[in-house]
Write a protein that binds this ligand. Structure first.
Ligand SMILES: Cc1ncc(COP(=O)(O)O)c(C=O)c1O
Length: 397
């Protein structure tokens, strides 16, 4: 079949591939220790679910304004101001069908053929493909494990060319949990201002940060607005991945363009989900620290467990719910277990029934991503299997 060049430039999200391989095994009755999914294992809070049920009962089941109902746009900017210190109006906010859709829309309206977008690596899987789909060129800037995979302004500065249009900073990061501190973020903003670049801040994990980090948005900088685009999501903070609600905060003309593309594609995000999101924004947030405390326990267990495996090093993720161990020594020399981390992750699924995502997917060969959005019991089981796998492989080599 002849498909467009556009679609042939991109691939199916590698995380979706892993999740589907694990699901196939589970369907056959195999007990998989699943570190694949990047989604909270907690239910959506009751008060949010009740708001959606009420919306259905009140027949709020029709089209809404394309960019989202006005009360939700107002509630999002109020929430963002309260939680993260920004200063947006409802006209500077659009509600989208998840944060990924927000990113897709923004890139489609800002990136032309040949434009360059700087992505600190390890990067979230979807950024390069969305950029390529729009005709742009992803320009990868490497971060360092020993610096907690935190993006640095000096490295970004070196990658800027006359074609650079945007820098994307995802803090805390998926896949590394790396956090960019406020000072460094300000340096990156200064760089973007100097070179007239857009700075996109992907804040999907903003509220999952561990001591000593605090939730931070670059939109809190006094003179940020003209250069900054904020991407937010209900998915992680409120355990609402399936509801598909995200948002964009940006200067009004950009929001209008986002609404224009949305008007010719998805139209409004699901009406019922918008009412649920409205409750998330206005209601109590007591489930967030509860989830965070649980993630903190799991983080300790998994990082310590991974560090105990010979030939594996692992940083403490500053936020999010991913551990990102370096397994490069196991891919080197005559004792190598596999040629690549992708091959190793396939072996882990087949031989040890452990599902995880290879670092290759994130522009980081030699690493694996393990989501610890799963119970302590399953983490322990997964670690047992990993220990057994590496010990056996070591003995056989
Ligand atoms: C860094 C990052 N940005 C954006 C998203 C998109 O989330 P959603 O589309 O569910 O809002 C994800 C989801 O995994 C993510 O990890």
């Amino acid at each position: 079949m002849e498909l467009t060049k556009r679609i042939n430039r991109i691939q199916v999200s590698p995380t979706a591939v892993v999740i589907s391989a694990a699901e196939q095994l589970k369907a056959k009755g195999v007990d998989v220790a699943d570190f694949g999914p990047g989604e909270p294992d907690f239910p959506t809070p009751d008060h949010i679910k009740r708001a959606a049920i009420k919306a259905i009962e009140e027949n709020r089941t029709k089209y809404t304004p394309t960019g989202g109902i006005m009360p939700l746009r107002e509630a999002i900017v109020a929430w963002h101001a309260r939680e993260l210190g920004s200063n947006y109006t409802a006209k500077e906010c659009a509600v989208n069908v998840g944060g990924k859709h927000s990113i897709f829309n923004v890139i489609c309206v800002l990136i032309e053929n040949g434009d360059e977008v700087i992505l600190p690596a390890p990067y979230w899987v979807s950024y390069p493909d969305i950029v390529k789909y729009a005709g742009g060129t992803p320009v990868v800037v490497h971060t360092r494990q020993e610096e907690g995979f935190s993006a640095k302004a000096v490295d970004i500065a070196r990658a800027i060319t006359p074609r650079t249009k945007m820098v994307i900073i995802n803090s805390p990061s998926n896949p590394t949990g790396g956090v960019v501190d406020a000072e460094e973020f300000h340096r990156i903003l200064a760089l973007c201002k100097k070179h007239h670049l857009w700075l996109m801040g992907d804040e999907c994990y903003s509220h999952f940060v561990y001591h000593p980090h605090k939730p931070f948005s670059i939109a809190s900088a006094t003179d940020a607005k003209e250069h900054v685009i904020i991407i937010g999501s209900m998915s992680k903070t409120f355990a609402m991945t399936g509801w598909r609600v995200g948002y964009t905060l940006a200067p009004e003309p950009l929001i209008q363009a986002v609404v224009k593309i949305q008007s010719q594609s998805t139209s409004n995000p699901t009406s019922i989900a918008q009412y649920a999101a409205l409750e998330a924004m206005r209601g109590r947030m007591d489930t967030v620290p509860v989830m965070l405390a649980e993630y903190a326990k799991r983080r300790k267990r998994i990082v310590e467990g991974l560090r105990a495996i010979p030939g594996v090093t692992c940083e403490w993720p500053g936020g999010a719910f991913y551990a990102f161990p370096n397994i490069a020594p196991h891919l080197e020399g005559h004792k190598a277990l596999a040629k690549s981390c992708t091959e190793l992750s396939q072996q882990l699924l087949e031989k040890a029934q452990v599902a995880l995502v290879p670092g290759d997917a994130f522009g980081a060969p030699g690493y694996l991503r393990l989501s610890y959005a799963t119970s302590l019991e399953r983490i322990d089981e997964g670690l047992r299997r990993l220990n057994r796998f590496f010990a056996r492989a070591e003995a056989a080599a």
